[in-house]
Design a protein around this ligand. Structure first.
Ligand SMILES: [Zn+2]
Length: 222
C-alpha cells in the first residue's frame, strides 16, 4: 500500500448532508465544552443509511446478514471502476447492461465494482434525487459474474422516488445484490480523483444487528 496515494471517497458529515427522502436528519451537537466541562463531547444522531454508507443483506432480506456479521476483509478489495461519465447520463436515466458490458471482463469474484456516474457533483441539491439508476437485469448480470460488492456515487442503485416522481421499479437492484449476500455502497464521491487506484476499503461501524452503517470509503494504489 502506498499511503500517499490514498483518496477519500466519502462525503463529509456536516450540516449539508442530504438524506434519503423520509430518512431522519443527521445531527451533531455539542453536549460538553472545554470552557464549561474541561472537555469537549458531541452527540451524533443519524440513520444507518446516512452519507457515504453501506447496505448489508438484512436491509432488505429477512434474516440476512447484519453489519456485525460481515467480515472486514470482504469490504477491502481490488477496485474496478466502471466509468459511465462518457454517456452524459440524464435525470433518472436507466443504466443498462449494454452500458456496463465494455467492463465485463474486469468483473468477477472478490472485486468491488464502483459505477461512476458523476452524479456526486449534485450532492446537497434537488438534482441529486434525480440520479440515474441501474436496470434490474444489469444488476443480475453483475452478480452472475461473482461480484458481491457494488458501489454508486448516487443515493441508490435503484431509482429514488421523490415528490411523486419515480419508484415504479421498486428496489429491484437492492433485492438482487443483497439477495445474493452482497453489499451496496451508496453516496460515494470524489471518484474523479481515481487514477489507477487498485484497491478500495469500505469500513463501517461494527453495530450489532444493523442493516447498514456510514463508512469512510477510501482507495489506494498497491
Ligand atoms: Zn442504504
Amino acid at each position: 500500500m502506498d499511503p500517499s496515494s490514498i483518496v477519500d471517497l466519502s462525503h463529509k458529515l456536516d450540516s449539508k448532508v442530504q438524506v434519503y427522502p423520509g430518512d431522519r436528519p443527521f445531527t451533531c451537537s455539542q453536549c460538553a465544552t472545554v470552557a464549561n466541562d474541561g472537555y469537549s463531547v458531541h452527540v451524533l444522531s443519524f440513520s444507518t443509511h446516512t452519507g457515504t454508507h453501506i447496505d448489508v443483506p438484512s436491509h432488505f432480506i429477512a434474516n440476512g446478514k447484519t453489519i456485525d456479521q460481515i467480515p472486514l476483509p470482504s469490504l477491502i478489495n481490488p477496485l474496478v471502476v466502471v466509468d459511465l461519465t462518457h454517456l452524459d447520463l440524464q435525470n433518472r436515466q436507466i443504466i443498462t447492461w449494454e452500458d456496463i458490458k465494455p467492463s465485463a471482463d474486469r468483473l468477477g469474484p472478490g472485486v468491488t465494482v464502483v459505477l461512476r456516474t458523476g452524479w456526486d457533483a449534485y450532492w446537497s441539491s434537488p438534482k441529486y434525487y434525480e440520479h440515474p439508476f441501474l436496470a434490474k437485469d444489469a444488476a443480475q448480470r453483475i452478480v452472475e459474474t461473482g461480484v458481491r460488492v457494488v458501489g454508486v456515487d448516487t443515493f441508490s442503485p435503484d431509482e429514488t422516488p421523490y415528490q411523486g416522481v419515480g419508484g415504479e421499479h421498486g428496489f429491484a437492484v437492492h433485492e438482487v445484490i443483497l439477495g445474493a449476500g452482497g453489499i451496496i455502497a451508496e453516496n460515494l464521491t470524489n471518484l474523479a480523483a481515481l487514477d489507477g487506484h487498485s484497491h478500495i476499503a469500505l469500513v463501517p461501524l461494527n453495530v450489532e444487528g444493523s442493516d447498514g452503517s456510514p463508512v469512510r470509503a477510501f482507495a489506494w494504489k498497491a
